[in-house]
Design a protein around this ligand. Structure first.
Ligand SMILES: *Cc1c(COP(=O)(O)O)cnc(C)c1O
Length: 391
């Protein structure tokens, strides 16, 4: 063994000891409410395909047709020759959808977050982030060389205190809209009021709200009716509710032009395949029109919460399709996850560093593709594990 491998093996060994070792499933079917894994059919309660669009026939038809016309790859970055008329059309429709003057496509949400934060702030500036923000936001903050501080989760006094302490030139407040591991909502109206009061800018990553919240599915900003002055930087992702791939930032003309000039994760990467953009155009139409998918989700979530309360589970304050069930030990989380898998259910078993130490949890997510029977089956399986006694 080389000395590098010896050091890495020791580190990997420690990770196993700490019950933090991660492995992957080999899934033999497409993303749907049931998945085939190693010859077993499992009911899928861990995807972010909230509207059940990842396997929608109209969307894959749009992908195929566009692939026939535009091929598989864009061949270059947006600023060279990778920006097609399909990308342009999608950006215009996403701007209209979010009620913002413009939108800009990124290849992933991770890159959108890194790119937006770094185009907006640098040395001498301040970035304030909710403690439970998504890793891509936290990484973006660290990379920026700005003074980077976290405030207590959805705690406005903590945010205000940090704003008051700063004399930075630019102050950027960054928050998830729907928190990805807890399912609760950021108090955007209060955050936006504090931002206005302290002359700070506000960036909201609504990866889990877009598609799910709001009459047309434009997310938490639509639900709260917040305009571009109140939330000047809005991020949405396309790999979750939209069932395709990619992400966007929506905002003013000046914001989008600034991102095109200065976002390194926009400039130095290959544009999404145009066929993916075409598929997303088909998806956007369904997201906007088929509000029954959002209504069904609300019903499934309410049914789960009723059932879970009846069997004595402690639920979090979440009414979104993200329903965490806290389990106190990281080891126990993994055990319960395995037991559920044995019973035919796939749920997220989430440990640190994805969530704070001591807050390991099952992350159960719902999709408009689930049936009420599937939800009832999950409750029965959770009941048979006698979790309430174990927690
Ligand atoms: C999933 C997620 C991202 C990353 O988006 P990708 O397109 O998967 O890279 C960013 N922010 C939040 C809150 C997310 O949940």
């Amino acid at each position: 063994m080389t000395s590098m491998d010896a050091i890495l093996q020791a580190q990997l060994h420690q990770r196993r000891e700490d019950h933090l070792y991660r492995t992957r499933l080999n899934v033999a079917s497409g993303c749907a409410s049931t998945l085939t894994v190693e010859g077993h059919s499992l009911i899928n309660f861990c995807s972010n395909d909230y509207l059940g669009l990842a396997g929608h026939a109209d969307i894959s038809q749009a992908l195929k047709q566009a692939a026939d016309q535009f091929g598989t790859g864009s061949g270059a970055s947006h600023l060279v020759s990778g920006h097609s008329v399909v990308h342009q059309e999608l950006e215009e429709q996403l701007a209209e959808f979010t009620g913002r003057p413009r939108a800009l496509l990124f290849s992933t949400g991770y890159m959108a977050n890194i790119g937006a934060i770094n185009a907006l702030v640098g040395r001498r500036d301040l970035v304030l982030q909710d403690q439970l923000n998504h890793a891509s936001l936290l990484d973006g903050g660290r990379l920026s060389q700005a003074d980077f501080k976290r405030y207590k989760h959805v705690d406005m006094a903590s945010l205000e205190q940090r704003l008051e302490q700063s004399s930075a030139e630019r102050k950027l407040i960054v928050t998830d809209g729907v928190f990805s591991m807890d399912g609760n909502l950021a108090p955007l109206d209060e955050i936006s009021a504090l931002a206005a009061q302290h002359n700070a800018w506000l960036m909201v990553d609504d990866a889990h709200g877009v598609g799910v919240l709001g009459q047309q599915g434009a997310g938490l900003v639509e639900q709260l009716n917040m305009n571009v002055e109140q939330v000047p930087v809005l991020v949405g992702t396309l790999g979750k509710s939209f069932g395709t791939f990619g992400a966007f930032v929506a905002g003013s003309e000046a914001l989008i032009e600034t991102l095109i000039q200065y976002s390194r994760s926009y400039i130095y990467t290959t544009a999404l395949p145009p066929a993916i953009a075409a598929a997303t155009l088909a998806s956007l139409k369904i997201v906007r029109q088929e509000s029954w998918r959002r209504d069904k989700l609300v019903q499934l979530v309410a049914r789960f919460r009723r059932g879970a309360k009846q069997i004595g589970l402690q639920l979090a304050e979440s009414h979104t399709p993200i329903q965490p069930v806290l389990i106190n030990s990281d080891e126990k989380v993994m055990q319960v996850g395995q037991q559920l898998r044995g019973a035919g259910f796939l749920v997220g078993a989430i440990r640190p560093p994805t969530v704070p130490v001591g807050t390991g949890r099952l992350r159960i997510t719902f999709s408009a593709d689930h049936s009420e029977e599937q939800v009832d089956q999950l409750i029965a399986a959770l009941d048979s594990l006698n979790l309430a006694a174990a927690i």
